[in-house]
Design a protein around this ligand. Structure first.
Ligand code: ASP
Length: 585
């Protein structure tokens, strides 16, 4: 037996027990006649004690051990003279009688401690060592717990876990596909699924009624902190449901997860907001509602008063940064530079200070009277001590800019506590989205999403106005999941493809399998998918999904540990009938 106990297990109750332990050398300390070693495994750390006087050979042997050596020891559990209250095993130590080195280790390129000295790139290259660190292990364990509780909840609700294939035909979810060449079918390619969307719908046609899968999805798109080329969804679909059934089922799941994993009880129904209202109030379809600071439209009060910048703007928006009146001139200048950066692109920033003495001071005093400024203050609900910030421009743009400013001020004012969670359903997304570049409509969610029946009459005359039965769940400003009620009628699905610019032949070629299935008795159905990586990161109070993935890719889509992607050798290429050209590079 390699070990009788783990390194997180032994307590005073086991005093005088003979034990065998195994693990990694975390650290060793020589104190004159004694040598102490911290032995680590996934479960914790146990202190090993070697006494020079009692057993010089063994002690010498212990002194030669380097960091991260894998060892096995036999010994007796004894009470420690100086106890360490910070760890659960801190009251005992092992008086070692036998030591075996199971494997030596080179000095690790960074310290395997909670706070490491290793840079990101180095840690990524040696991810297997980074994964030994306790904070990283905690994150992977959190992920395991979320996945496990997801399965428990969905199982209790009669969902069946059904696997769907990875080698498929393109499913449009708005990104590029990853492509896999087929050796057996020269010149033909599979696409890796951007999601199992069409398969889960087919499972509803097959009568499975409630499906889920914790599944990898692949999207070839530019990466950010919250995106990976391969990521994991909790993918779900239900038959004979309306939107309300879905919202309730999955609100239940999120509540279950927070209760079981974080001990957080949501004893209220998650608030809901329409997409239109979310844009109007927050300039975002995933608002962070941990704090207010909602947009106030000041166009009427500010336009046409002789201030040229406002006079020529379509919309003038304000937020009230409560309590930020103490911002110095310098801070406001820095804020102005911040909103003018190309990433945000505002033309400038106007402010209104509501001073503690009740006076109002604005950067555009020249153009507005005291009474006019008082009206701004009233409309934005400003009080003495507040700072009102105004941006102007084209409505869509100024909303986006104000969203950035609002989030920035929220962070600055400490209103975005990572341990406070505010879920929000966003409903009634538009069915279509205009693509300026290609001069055509795209499905905002995906082409299988059903239009709202009450908007359907607009489908040919004003398609951009048609709302969909589509919904997202946002938590703290992060889109955690989304879905829709699907089209289950062949005719309507064909019409949708037509609207999206597919010829009937193209639609048949790409999605004939789905439309044909709809002719054999397709039940009304709908579903959604949660991004597991984002959900876990959010529950862990972090923005970066990478930390919650055991082997993530970097922001160039590379796995620097295994060095992928990489070139293929000529034999492989030949077998696949592929010639590589770097023409577009
Ligand atoms: N397949 C969709 C997605 O990946 C989710 C859904 O509509 O169920 O976003």
């Amino acid at each position: 037996m390699y070990r009788t106990h783990t390194n997180g297990e032994l307590r005073l109750e086991q005093i005088n027990t003979q034990v065998t332990l195994a693990g990694w050398v975390q650290r060793s300390r020589d104190l004159g006649g004694m040598t102490f070693i911290d032995l680590r495994d996934r479960y914790g750390i146990t202190q090993l004690a070697f006494n020079m006087e009692e057993n010089a050979d063994l002690c010498e042997q212990a002194r030669k051990l380097g960091r991260e050596f894998v060892i096995q020891v036999e010994g007796t559990v004894i009470e420690r003279s100086s106890k360490n209250k910070n760890i659960p095993t801190g009251e005992i130590e092992i008086k070692v009688s036998k030591l075996t080195t199971l494997n030596a280790a080179k000095t690790p390129p960074f310290t395997i401690e909670d706070d490491t000295d290793g840079g990101e790139e180095l840690r990524a290259q040696y991810r297997y060592l980074d994964l030994r660190r306790n904070p990283v292990q905690q994150k992977i364990r959190l992920r395991n717990k979320v996945a496990l509780e997801t399965r428990k909840y969905l199982d209790s609700q009669d969902f069946l876990d059904v696997e769907t294939p990875y080698l498929i035909k393109s499913t449009p979810e708005g990104a590029r596909d990853f492509i896999v060449p087929s050796r057996m079918n020269p010149g033909e390619f599979y696409a890796l699924p951007q999601s199992p969307q069409t398969f889960k719908q087919l499972l509803m046609v097959s009568g499975f009624d409630r499906y889920y899968q914790i599944v990898k999805c692949f999207r070839d798109e530019d990466l950010r902190a919250d995106r990976q080329p391969e990521f994991t969804q909790i993918d779900c679909e239900m038959a004979f449901v309306e939107q309300e059934d879905i919202l309730q089922t999955f609100e239940g799941m999120i509540k279950h997860l927070f209760a079981e994993v974080r001990g957080i009880q949501f004893d209220y129904t998650f608030p809901r907001i329409t997409y239109a209202e979310a844009l109007e109030k927050y300039g975002s379809d995933k608002p962070d509602i941990r704090f207010g600071m909602e947009f106030v439209d000041l166009t009427e009060l500010t336009k046409g008063k002789g201030f040229p910048v406002f006079d020529s703007a379509e919309t003038i928006l304000a937020i009230n940064a409560e309590g930020a009146n103490n911002y110095t001139r310098k801070q406001i200048d820095a804020l102005t530079d911040w909103v003018k950066r190309p990433q945000i692109g505002a033309t400038g920033l106007v402010y209104l200070r509501y001073n503690e003495d009740g006076t109002l001071k604005s950067s555009v005093d020249k153009f507005y009277s005291e009474e006019e400024l008082a009206k701004w203050a009233e409309k934005t609900n400003a009080k003495p001590g507040d700072l009102v910030l105004l941006l102007c421009g084209n409505t869509d743009k100024v909303r986006k800019q104000m969203n950035e400013l609002r989030l920035f001020m929220g962070t600055e004012l400490g209103l975005r506590d990572p341990n406070v969670f505010k879920p929000l359903w966003v409903l009634d997304f538009p069915l279509l989205e205009w693509d300026e570049e290609n001069d055509r409509y795209h499905a905002m969610h995906h082409p299988f999403t059903s239009p709202k029946p009450e908007d359907f009459h607009l489908i040919n005359t004003d398609p951009g106005k048609v709302r969909a039965n589509a919904y997202d769940l946002a938590i703290n400003g992060v889109e955690i999941g989304g879905g829709s009620i699907r089209i289950h009628d062949r005719q309507l699905q064909a019409q949708m493809f037509d609207l999206l610019g597919f010829t009937p032949e193209e639609a048949q070629e790409q999605f004939g399998f789905l439309m044909n299935a709809f002719e054999f008795g397709a039940p009304p159905h709908g579903g959604l998918a949660f991004g597991l990586d984002r959900l876990v990161a959010s529950m862990g109070g972090s923005d970066s999904i990478r930390d919650y993935i055991a082997f993530p890719k970097n922001n160039r889509g590379r796995d620097v540990m295994i060095d992928a992607p990489s070139a293929l050798n000529s034999t492989q290429l030949k077998e696949l009938n592929i010639a590589v050209s770097m023409e577009n590079h």
